[in-house]
Write a protein that binds this ligand. Sequence first.
Ligand code: NAP
Length: 311
Amino acid sequence: MKPVYTLEDLRDWKNATAGEALPIRLAVFGDPVAHSLSPQMHNAALEACGIPARYCRLHIHPEELPEALSLLPKAGFIGANFTIPHKAAVLGLLDTVDDHARKIGVVNTVVVGEDGRMSGFNTDGPGLLRAVRAEFGVDLRDLRVMVLGAGGGAGRAISAQCAIENCQRLVLVNRTFEKAQQVAAELAPYFKDPRVFGPARRLEAVPWEEKELARQLANTDLVINATSCGMKRTDPSVLPASILQANLLVYDTIYTAQLTPLLADAQSVGARGANGASMLLYQGVGSFELWFEREAPVEVMKAAMEQAKHL
Ligand code: NAP
C-alpha cells in the first residue's frame, strides 16, 4: 500500500490498487495527511476483526473534495474520515447528515451505504468524552470546563459535547472572539437549568485576554486546548504558565507531540495533563462502530497507535 494516495489514483482505483492483497475500502481525507495515524489504528482493527478490507490516506486538496467524494461509491468504499481542512466542507456534499453533526457544522466520519448514499457523522465530541474519562477518571458532566479554540472545528464539537453532557460550567474562548460568542448563543438552550455552585455563570464566551482567563481559571476544573497552536515545535504555549494551577486538569487535543508547550507548562506547576492521542483513539473507535455496527477492538487500536508513534 502506498503511504498516500491522490485524486488521480481514486479516478482509477482498481488499477491504482491492483497489487493489493485486500481491497482498500476506507480512507482518511486530508491536506496534509501524511502524518495521520488513522491507517495504522484502523488496519489493526480490521485485521483483528477478520474484515477483508484496508484503510489508507488520501491527500485531497480543498478544490478536489467534491469529485473525490463522488468517486467513493464506485470505488467500493465503506466509508471515510475527514480531517483538516475538509470537516466543514464535506457536510454540504452528503445525502444525509446526522443531527449532532449538522448542529455543530462539522463532519469527521462518512458512511457509504450499499445504495451508494453517503451519510455524515461526528465522533470527535464523543471521542473527547471517552478520552477525558480514560485519562482522568472523571466525566465531563462533573466538571467546569474551559475550551480554548471553541470556534474551530474540534472546539465546536467538544463544546457541544460538554453542553450535551450538561457539564457544570462551560467557558468558551477563541482568538476570533465572535466565533466563541456564536457558539455560546447556539449552546445557550442546554444551560437553561440552574445548577449553581457559586457566583460564576454556567455558560460564558470570554475574550482571549490574560487577566480574564486567569479570573475564569479560578472557576475551572478542566482546560481543553482545541486550537492548532502547539502543533509546530516553535509554537508558544496557548496559556502562560503563570496562570495555571496545580489543581487543574489539562487536555491538549494535539497528538503530534507527547509533551506540547501547554502540557509542559501544566507539568511544571504540578497539574495533571494528557495529549490528544486518547481522543484520536476514541474518535476512531466511534467511526469503526458506525461503519461496521459492531464493537471496535479498542485495545488493539490503542496498541497499534502506540507502536506507530514510536516508529
Ligand atoms: P480549525 O477548524 O482550523 O480550528 C483552529 C482553531 O485554532 C481555531 O479556533 C483558531 O482560532 C485557533 N487558532 C489557530 N492558531 C491559533 C493561535 N496561534 N492562537 C490561538 N488560537 C489559534 O482546526 P480543527 O480541525 O478544529 O483542529 C484544531 C486542533 O484540534 C488541531 O490541533 C488538531 O490536531 C486537533 N484535533 C485533534 C483531534 C484528536 O482526535 N485528538 C481531532 C480533531 C482535531 P480562530 O478561529 O481565531 O482562527
